[in-house]
Design a protein. Structure first.
Lengths: 344, 344, 344, 344
């Protein structure tokens, strides 16, 4: 079987493994205080236009979300997010485990708008009983969203303005940020993400690393004692160099962006194959995830040779499914899949 | 500088890196449901004499402690441990973050006795106001302890009996379990640990892995829905194979035990060097950690060439310090250190 | 101004004050272990057909909800409830503060159906990624609901069956239970509530007491160590007799039921007044709360003399508002209001 | 039997009951926003020399402690307190339930010194691994302590200075504050308590009220959104007037101070009786609680007629026990007890 069901099917980009091997016998400090972490921080800081001290390396996305949100919110506050947001649906209540409600707003397709943020904030403060309700304390969005949608720079700028008016921080989950930045047609750069958010992270796990997310706390007011929070969440890796070396490798020659661009390019070819065959899509994704709507028969046919994810039931006869590309997708496998789609 | 300050200074045992490279392009399921994790579970199950389904792989020790304790306790219960226990001192309140009090008992040197457990349990239930106090809900010990001390099989058996009488589980933190099992003079085997505890874990991070702890939930009554707990704690690695491959490598040819034995052997030679020089020890450790008591002058002399950890102030002139060996300690560095100790 | 905005505007039913005065100099044990609490428990147990040990007295509704839910759920579980449920909207995240997600389901008018419970349970367990989602751990309903709606005995029986199939407990918030039991047309008795739920409470605060809710843990499996939970939640009143004496008074001669019946009777007269004037209602309430939909002009007119609550915006010209009756509503005030409604 | 085992054996001071009866039919807003609460706040503000908005009324002590501490601390911080402190021992982990460690320091007799606070703070920040430890985030003391001991003004001033140096707030649990202020020989006034703490509370439950603690948030920086915290902790009483009316009554003519003075005067007579009989004391208490050390025989004799509390085992033959006086102690009962002590 050929696997397309996710973007974390293989190990790490070979350069990362090579670098791990090269540095293996170096003796370094633990807990992220080694020179590799320092250099990775410097490289990312340069790429984002922020200070190196803004950057912390965590192991995974759920961990990063819970740690950041727990650090930002006061106890009586919640995280505003789209109802389809990862923290609302797929993290087994990791945010609630820290005592905070996820204030889920119904959304068309996974994107939150500035208007929704303003309305949610106004509804809270205009309600005479607001002390009886969880106070909106931050806005959480993903870029790309769960469905591969992207914010435009104008949309992010508007969200930023809405957050500023409300006096609450904007947190961007970038578990697949690389793919979003590499998407054809996007006008959002890494520096834009840094300039328009209070906190965001650059996902490594799904973009070539074995594991690791680089959290960037752009807003200095939110940086205080963050390493305590990392430790308290069980997220401080003893051999922190493992994260440093990976992000160093990903950011020193633009590998992160190259990997993402290659995967997105492959996804676009895949998309074209579905479109050419007249197959509609569940979501408009210009990223490495594609969500064609397939009939049961089409699914059965492709499932003989390929693994892909069930995403969402559409009607009695059809489901949205997910195909992902990544740094590890081979030309050979892609070509086979494209040919089989054409033959559907 | 030559580093002896901890046992997580280098990367991973070369065999692990090699195996990661060999398996890199395999496509596997995420979240610990791949074949490498399955094989690692089978190998560990065999080594421990438990069922494979008892075993889960987590990333780090603090995370393992908090996740296990949170899974075992009911909200009104706390974890009984030695005052020097890692969960009480060095985890930034990760247990309290889950809502549970650490019931710290003063201990000579880090070991908890069956008598203390019995007394703590009796004191709670005999107090007329016990509902106003946190109920002892599990016993947490480390083997080896923070100071490298070891329980005997008789001591563990007695603790087990005390826990059974009290009706509360026994949880053994095995972050350095390998070193404990390899210690000269110990009568405790891995199968003993499994037979005498309700839950324990086999530390990988400090015994040759890049990262990873194998949690063994011996008691089937405590296994329910544990994967939810892992996810909720942000501890479910997307590329779970990274843990599986490492433990597979460590357990398929006894590498885990070999690594530990070699490091302990080196530590014994280091110990002898200090003892021959007439230097006393802070704790009786037969493991890879040694805690000589050095004068300020002795520390200054060694610090010219070696890095070691400050452990505890002893008096105005002396401190206990820590030297660690590991799989990565070289004969050359050890010989140099031994020579320099002799010359103190 | 004459107040109709809530049912907790005045102190306590005069019989309660009298009893507090009569017993004031008695010396009793603290923390709910006095004879008044014992007698109140016996009276309620008799009324409900349960054992006296099922019953605990707490101070308020939010406290009762959070304490009960925290006692029932395991960490990875959440409370299924209607999106309009009090725990989801109006308790400032008191449930999330205990680490649990509220699994809010969209509902017509505040009632949850057996079908919804079944669907929610099935959706969770049928999802291949269910370990990544919060597990439904109990069902929370209010009787009456926030909008004064009532379950029929058949509906409660169906919910009970759905909960049994799912293996999860049913918790009924009875902050206004008295009014629900006194509603014209209801076929649900107190004994039905006890027979069909795992836990429920009998609200005192809104039905004649100064404060206090009688929690009835019908299911013995959920009773363990509940007093620890009360204390841990800061909910164990030192002078617990204050709660015991009140519930003793309310339950020894049926005062609780008489108070509720009188208030509901008054509410029905109020309802008729609105209906006679052709005013529609936001919800079909046969309880002490009425939710007429008034134009802005109608609101302005009534607001000259009466205080009532804004409930929900209906359109640009109209809002749903709330009028409540209680044990303390006077015939004189009711008559005045009815006359003024007729004159609208 | 005549009861001396606690100071919450009876109902409320008769003036409070009378006032509750007089105001019973008034219609007031809920949740502490009524005129009685406003007037009580004004009276207490005047007595303390603080602003009225500093004051909130909560139901009980454990609730007040958990709510205040949860509002002050950031997640990675803990509450420094004496090992014997109420929050450390007798609140079933209510502070840990909010995610915070109680940093218990061993103390002679229940009082914490400025030196201990300084040492604890220095030890934390001087430790190279401080991010791995819970950060001291506030200092909690009780005045009087659990054993009836009192801080002098100089001691409180020194604690204040130590807290200022450390940059952490000082929180004073005043569950029995009235008795402390009325103690012979104390130089601490209510205004001193307000001037030297960041937050404190004036206990009502043990000083004449049915229930209620008046929390005074002296430091404006800690006041933000405190009502959300009250609600989130299930501590916002619907009929908040019940607390307002009681504190209004206690503070309008100095009743609070009169009650406390009378009880302390009685306790001093009781103390003299024990001392005259040659009986030693477990703690030097100048408050309403007395802790004589009685032989088993003496205990048995007194237990024929009186109820008192066991406090602490002293040796094989003797225990410390507790006798309390209160507003409700009668001259007749006191005289009987004194006579029986003399006859021991």
């Amino acid at each position: 079987m050929i696997h397309f069901e996710s973007d974390y099917l293989e190990g790490a980009h070979p350069k990362i493994l090579q670098r791990l091997a090269e540095t293996n016998m170096e003796q370094t400090s633990g807990y992220g205080e080694d020179e590799h972490c320092a250099r990775a921080r410097a490289l990312i800081a340069e790429a984002c236009g922020v200070q190196a001290e803004a950057i912390h390396f965590l192991v995974g996305g759920t961990q990063a979300n819970a740690t950041v949100i727990d650090a930002i919110l006061r106890p009586w506050q919640g995280a505003v997010c789209a109802a389809t947001g990862h923290i609302n649906v797929h993290e087994t209540g990791a945010v609630e485990a820290t005592g905070h409600k996820v204030l889920a707003l119904p959304c068309e397709g996974g994107k939150l708008s500035a208007g929704q943020v303003r309305a949610c904030h106004a509804a809270h403060w205009n309600d005479a009983t607001h002390e009886h309700m969880v106070q909106p304390g931050l806005v959480y969005i993903s870029h790309p969203t769960e469905n591969g949608e992207l914010y435009t720079r104008a949309e992010l700028t508007a969200l930023r303005a809405a957050c500023d008016e409300a006096g609450i921080p904007l947190f961007i989950d970038g578990a697949r940020l690389g793919y979003g930045l590499a998407a054809p047609g996007t006008d959002v750069t890494l520096r834009d993400v840094a300039a328009l958010s209070d906190v965001f992270y650059i996902g490594g796990t799904k973009v070539g690393a074995l594991l690791g997310e680089a959290v960037v706390i752009v807003n200095p007011a939110l940086r205080r004692d963050f390493r305590y929070m990392i430790k308290r969440h069980g997220a401080m890796l003893a051999k922190g160099r493992l994260l440093g070396i990976q992000f160093e490798t990903l950011f020193e020659d633009g590998l992160y962006f190259d990997i993402a661009a290659r995967a997105v390019n492959m996804a676009m070819r895949l998309r074209r194959a579905f479109a050419d065959r007249g197959i509609p899509f569940y979501a408009e994704s210009a990223t490495n995830q594609q969500f064609p709507i397939l009939t049961h028969a089409q699914q059965a046919r492709l499932a003989e040779k390929y693994v892909f994810s069930h995403w969402s039931r559409v009607d009695d006869h059809r489901d949205a499914v997910r195909f992902c590309t990544s740094w590890a997708t081979t030309e050979e496998n892609l070509a086979a899949l494209i040919a089989d789609i054409a033959a559907l």
